[in-house]
Design a protein around this ligand. Structure first.
Ligand SMILES: [Zn+2]
Ligand SMILES: [Zn+2]
Length: 270
């Protein structure tokens, strides 16, 4: 039986979110239906809404969902009703990057995350004309269908209201440092732009023993938070030439720069 739900629909590029009733298909053999408790709002959602990234409209966006499994398909073995979970991005599991343990580089990433292709089924997730399966979740809704590949169980006592961003922003920043950069203790690092992704990179750099950890931003309150979370130095990019200010802290420059601001001048420096 389809599940009735409320969802935030974007009808066309640059339109406002519109709250409406939708019908969500029942979970397929490898899927779960999740009752959402909270979801993060990521810049990617807004870039898709505004037509900067690929999209099929009308669409239900949202890709940082956290909630409780409410129904599980017949072939789902690691998840059951009542499990508390966080949702992340979709990946096929069969292509070479997926087989080699790099699902973020899945050959089908665009189809499975941006273009509403439901993994393992041609049946649409949502009734009517509305596109779902955004990042295999479309979490801007009261219920979501997710594939077992993009669902991670969390402890029962974990605060679900806070955990949605684990599925995108936090793992993006932390993963860039811990998995891609894989720094040795003592690696010097600068993080440009300390929103949720950059702050996660700062926390990961601290965890990895990086030094110095230089946070760069234009907002003082973000820099203050970065200091609390592990930055050893902060630079307000509005105060002058950033490379010079970095060299005052690290005379030979830094070993690594993580660029999280999306600002063109920052990318040029990195
Ligand atoms: Zn995101
Ligand atoms: Zn793949």
């Amino acid at each position: 039986m389809p599940q009735k739900a409320r969802a935030a629909i974007v009808d066309k590029s640059e339109a406002e979110f519109r709250i409406a009733d939708v019908e969500i298909d029942e979970p397929g053999p490898h899927e779960v239906r999740v009752k959402l408790v909270a979801t993060g709002l990521c810049h990617t959602d807004l870039a898709v809404r505004d037509g900067v990234l690929p999209a099929n409209f009308p669409v239900v966006l949202g890709h940082e969902g956290a909630g409780v499994v409410e129904a599980a398909g017949a072939h789902v073995h690691d998840l059951k009703e009542g499990d508390r979970v966080v949702l992340s991005y979709g990946s096929c599991g069969d292509c070479r990057p997926c087989m080699e343990g790099d699902p973020a580089y899945c050959d089908h990433f665009t189809d499975l995350n941006f273009l509403n292709k439901r993994l393992g089924s041609d049946k649409p997730v949502l009734g009517g004309e509305v596109n779902g399966a955004f990042f295999q979740q479309s979490s801007f809704a009261t219920f979501a269908i997710a594939h077992e590949r993009n669902v991670v169980k969390v402890p029962d006592e974990a605060p679900l209201k806070l955990l949605g961003p684990l599925g995108c922003g936090i793992q993006t920043g932390a993963g860039a440092v811990l998995n891609t950069l894989a720094p040795r203790a003592g690696t010097s690092i600068a993080v440009s732009g300390v929103g949720s992704v950059g702050l996660s990179a700062v926390m990961a750099a601290k965890l990895a023993g990086c030094h110095p950890i230089i946070a760069i931003d234009m907002q003082e309150e973000r820099l203050k938070l970065a200091s609390e979370l592990g930055a050893t130095h902060t630079i307000n990019a509005g105060d002058g030439e950033v490379p010079e200010m970095v060299r005052k802290i690290a005379p030979e420059g830094v070993d690594a720069v993580i660029e999280c601001s999306g600002a063109k001048p920052a990318a040029a420096i990195a």
